[in-house]
Design a protein around this ligand. Structure first.
Ligand SMILES: Cc1ncc(COP(=O)(O)O)c(C=O)c1O
Length: 302
């Protein structure tokens, strides 16, 4: 498989900058943009399947909630973002070789551009947005078979009274530092909260299975309300597996029969090592596999 060019020079990426669709290399934002100065922005990531974005409405709804939580007055409506995402996707599919391709789509909304300083009175624009439309880079079958190896990072997940993980902002430095602590020895990191309870991964939610029961941290521990997490919980309950949203320490993961993570791009993905301890038999377990399949079916529903 030839690797996809995802560099800023790539001809396979289109960017919609405040309503203007252009090649990625042409898209530039101001040095006075608040996202650049303060990480004062929001974002969402969705992916398409057979030409349709999965749960785009739920992602946009979460963008609206993040705006409320960050006191950001959106200069555009959520419907406008939806229309622009679909328009950019259409343009992207007209690029050579993209006719039937599916995309990774990211929307970033910045509080806007203005003079340096926190005061909102200094803003000279309404919120600004960027939509990135990229080829999907999906994990290979071998990668799925191997599963992920995660480190439980020393770095803690943000306290909900600080940068609340419920809001999906462009301020991901804390998670990025946890990630850098984990790689290259591990694929990625999980984070605990200050009470020593497992919260979530850097860009994904986490589940474990013990004796047929599925457990995942509750939302009020301080995690993102994952769109995939919701769908996975629905799928699991439909299949008849009990799902418990409970607080648990990292030791529960060391003793788990199965562990898997969830996110819009990676879907349901097996985790086979935690802190150098093998999980179960060191491969995707039966409930993880059943959920991968149930998720693949559920995403086809309108
Ligand atoms: C911190 C965090 N948790 C969980 C998720 C998974 O969310 P979703 O399933 O909505 O993609 C993400 C996605 O980016 C994330 O950044």
């Amino acid at each position: 498989m030839t690797p996809v060019d995802l560099s800023p020079q790539s001809k396979s990426i289109l960017v919609n900058l405040n309503g203007e669709i252009m090649e990625a290399a042409r898209a530039k934002v101001s040095v006075f943009d608040r996202s650049y100065l303060y990480g004062d922005s929001l974002y969402e990531v969705v992916r398409s399947y057979d030409g349709r974005f999965l749960k785009l409405d739920e992602h946009l709804d979460r963008l609206g909630k993040s705006a409320q939580l960050t006191h950001m007055t959106l200069g555009q409506s959520l419907e406008h973002y939806e229309k622009e995402i679909l328009r950019t996707f259409q343009a992207w599919r007209e690029l050579p070789g993209h006719r039937d391709a599916d995309a990774y789509c990211r929307i970033v909304v910045s509080r806007g551009e203005g003079k340096i300083g926190f005061g909102l009175g200094g803003l000279t624009t309404p919120t600004l947005y960027t939509i990135y439309m990229l080829p999907l880079e999906l994990p290979t079958t071998e990668a799925r078979k191997r599963g992920y190896h995660f480190k439980i990072a020393e770095r803690l997940r943000n306290d909900p009274r600080a940068l609340d993980p419920a809001m999906k902002t462009g301020n991901y430095l804390n998670s990025l530092l946890a990630y850098l602590e984990a790689v290259p020895a591990f694929d990625d990191a999980l984070m605990l909260n200050r009470d020593g309870h497992v919260s979530e991964g850097t860009t994904f939610n986490i589940f474990y299975v013990k004796r047929g029961i599925i457990a995942t941290p509750p939302l009020d521990i301080g995690i993102l309300d994952g769109v995939t997490r919701r769908l996975v919980i629905q799928c699991a309950r439909k299949l008849g597996y009990p799902v418990r949203e409970v607080r648990f320490p990292k030791e529960r993961l060391y003793e788990a029969d199965e562990i898997f993570m969830s996110s819009s791009v990676k879907e349901v993905f097996p985790v086979t090592r935690i802190d150098n301890k093998r999980v179960g038999k060191g491969e995707a377990g039966p409930i993880t596999i059943a959920l991968e399949k149930a998720y693949a079916e559920a995403r086809k529903q309108p």
